[in-house]
Design a binder for this molecule. Structure first.
Ligand code: PLP
Length: 405
């Protein structure tokens, strides 16, 4: 499939189709009783979520509570040290709770409230989505259950404490690798039991329809703001935009603002320790088509065709699949997907901290690492990176495992 088969000026209205498909990817592959619950959410999103009252309320919340718009910053010292293209960052680290995740959580929780639900349920990897949802639940007066792998609970202790302080229940998941995939499995199982009173607030552009569409739409504020701000700062568009891809929500938020522009778009996955299965979580790079967690996309599979074990230094990126829209944009050739290793990421983490006074989330440091390499290959021009979150949550882990570099 080729880029020119799609009209990007109307793309966001055309995709997904009414059944949640981006080409052959996406859809909803879930048991019938859950399908009913998904249809309820879809209907609510397409009516309540698109009403001017809802949109006005969400705009007010973004401004008065989240602190939006977040700025775009020019990385002056880093750009002059690297040479080549000029580097800019969209500062989602300055969004309330320290990452982009609150953008979709406030939308999902507002919808839950207006649907009359009492509880929100979610999974979390790095803990950022859990913290964001716990924050949204506190704001709207909803109960909040967050499922989290035991390994991630160890790695992301500050975020676990935050969720508990905010009044959420953090439920430890010990199955399998006790990481993000298992947390999603457990959260889905809980939702299947509780869907009458609860709504599942998924943490990325993954899961059955309508989540990939709804989360993208709520995150699109990132790309809308960034495009406007960049034009105002420089008088032109960036030559390239770069974002890390776990499930792919921060990337879709950013990319959606630039799909119809003459801008190169790069999604960066974690190469972890290397290219062998089990050492990375780069599904778009190494995976094949398959269904998991209720949606069809590209995924990493073991010999039996089940989701393969994955690894990344970034808990928020170690997921064996990616959002269906990323698979679609990859096949179209509109977005180029590439990888960076743990080592390159750790270097970028320290470099950005020291050169610019910004400690990035280890997830976001993947995008920074790639942009630093890309800048060197360009004689001039500019690269806009989505700095999806701040790195406070990662400091203890990095100091313990890598020391000061
Ligand atoms: C700061 C940050 N960036 C990126 C991600 C990856 O998620 P997504 O690919 O949905 O943006 C996470 C996930 O926890 C995160 O915390």
């Amino acid at each position: 499939m080729k880029e020119n088969q799609v009209d990007f000026s109307t793309y966001l209205k055309q995709y997904p189709d009414e059944n949640g498909f981006f080409g052959k990817y996406g859809g909803s592959y879930i048991p019938p009783e859950l399908q009913k619950a998904m249809e309820e959410i879809t209907q609510a999103y397409l009516t309540i979520g698109k009403s001017s009252k809802f949109i006005h309320e969400l705009r007010r919340i973004r401004k008065e509570f989240q602190g939006r718009p977040t700025p775009v910053s020019y990385l002056e010292r880093l750009s002059s040290q690297i040479g080549g293209a000029h580097l800019y960052v969209k500062r989602e680290d300055l969004n309330h709770t320290g990452a982009h995740k609150l953008n979709h959580c406030m939308g999902e929780a507002l919808l839950a409230k207006w649907m009359g639900k009492k509880k929100v349920i979610a999974e979390t990897g790095a803990g950022q989505h859990g913290v964001a949802l716990a924050t949204a639940a506190a704001y709207f007066g909803l109960e909040c259950d967050v499922y989290m792998g035991a390994v991630d609970i160890q790695k992301q202790a500050p975020n676990v404490a935050r969720m508990k302080i905010l009044g959420a229940r953090v439920i430890e998941v010990t199955d399998g690798l006790a990481a993000l995939k298992e947390a999603v499995d457990a959260a889905f199982a809980a939702y299947a039991r509780e869907y009458k009173d609860a709504i599942y607030c998924i943490g990325s552009v993954v899961g059955p329809h309508p989540f990939p569409m709804m989360v993208r739409d709520f995150q699109s504020i990132v790309g809308i703001e960034a495009r406007e701000q960049f034009l105002e700062m420089t008088g032109e568009l960036p030559d390239a935009v770069v974002a890390c891809v776990g499930g792919g929500s921060n990337a879709m938020g950013m990319f959606s603002g630039f799909l119809n522009d003459p801008v190169d778009i790069y999604g960066i996955e974690p190469l972890g320790r290397g290219a062998s299965l089990g050492d990375h979580a780069a599904s778009l790079q190494f995976g094949t088509e398959g269904i998991m967690h209720g949606f069809n996309s590209i995924m990493l599979k073991d010999e039996q065709g089940n989701p393969a074990p994955v690894y990344s230094v970034a808990s928020g990126l170690d997921y064996p699949s990616s959002g269906p829209e990323h698979a679609f944009l990859r096949d179209l050739g509109r977005v180029k997907y590439d990888v960076v290793s743990d080592d390159e990421t750790i270097d970028a983490f320290f470099t950005l901290s020291r050169m610019e006074g910004i400690i990035p989330a280890i997830e976001s440091a993947h995008a920074v690492a790639y942009a630093m390499k890309l800048a060197k290959t360009m004689k001039n021009g500019s690269i806009l990176i989505n700095l999806s979150g701040r790195g406070d949550k990662d400091m203890d882990y990095i100091l313990e495992h890598y020391g000061i570099r």
